[in-house]
Design a protein around this ligand. Sequence first.
Ligand SMILES: NC(=O)c1ccc[n+]([C@@H]2O[C@H](COP(=O)([O-])OP(=O)(O)OC[C@H]3O[C@@H](n4cnc5c(N)ncnc54)[C@H](O)[C@@H]3O)[C@@H](O)[C@H]2O)c1
Length: 265
Amino acid sequence: MLADLTGRRALVTGAGAGIGRVIARTLAAQHAEVAVTDVDGGAARTIADEIGGKALALRLDVTDPVSVQAAVAELLDRWGAIEILVNNVGVTADPLREVPGDREEDWDRTFAINVKGTVRCCEAVIPAMRERRYGKIVNIASMAGHAARRTGGAYAASKAAVLRYTKGLAVRLAPDNINVNAVCPGALWTRFAQMDMAATQRHDPALAGMDPEEVFRRLYTPVIPLGRPQEPEDVAKMVAFLASDDTRNVTGQDIHVDGGAILRD
Ligand SMILES: NC(=O)c1ccc[n+]([C@@H]2O[C@H](COP(=O)([O-])OP(=O)(O)OC[C@H]3O[C@@H](n4cnc5c(N)ncnc54)[C@H](O)[C@@H]3O)[C@@H](O)[C@H]2O)c1
């Protein structure tokens, strides 16, 4: 039995696809009212319809302060409170360029979305959470924010920033009974990973022509102690746990949902 989120209201960013979609679905299954938000308003609508019940769809672009404020204001108007914020949005620069010396615009875009987008959404909901002395913020980071297995570049540095921000915010908001934690997914077959594989296959002629998902499994399985990539459900269940009162004394942590990959050199 997963955490009970009855009566809680949750805003999930980037929930029009991939991991965010499953997070929204999982929180709703645990009886939270969920706002499915995405820069792609149509995708948000599709997922909210798929979830059904009281799920709402809103267009929310984390890079746009007006869009973030408008979405939060609309939810507070409807709901009166937001108890749960899941900062799920995250992008990588074109993987073909994600090496030291990434182009300046890649660094700008990655930090604008992954770091400043997270900060912006937190700041937008904090006053309402403070007022009620209750809140759960879960930031989706990545094992790339810790491990220096690959060169890293803008994406890894942005996720390291999200992890550091999470810890500082947890300390800042602890007196207001607001928990702030991060979840670090490992490797999941979403559009995000599909882009990465397309780049890998373009770099390596031996992999060209292979089924991209097969390439993904071949590359990742050997570096994951549990021997399998993760599914969005694995991440979503951890988010639901951290969004619940079962973890009321957990804050400032980053929990790895990566099959133990972080433990490998
Ligand atoms: N897939 C993986 O293997 C993996 C591994 C580690 C961490 N992560 C992290 O998990 C999170 C989700 O990744 P995913 O694989 O589901 O990604 P995805 O690309 O499948 O989905 C991302 C969603 O975010 C939306 N989005 C993009 N820019 C936005 C913006 N400015 N404002 C609002 N929404 C925006 C997209 O429209 C899309 O619906 C990200 O933070 C990512 O860094 C993913």
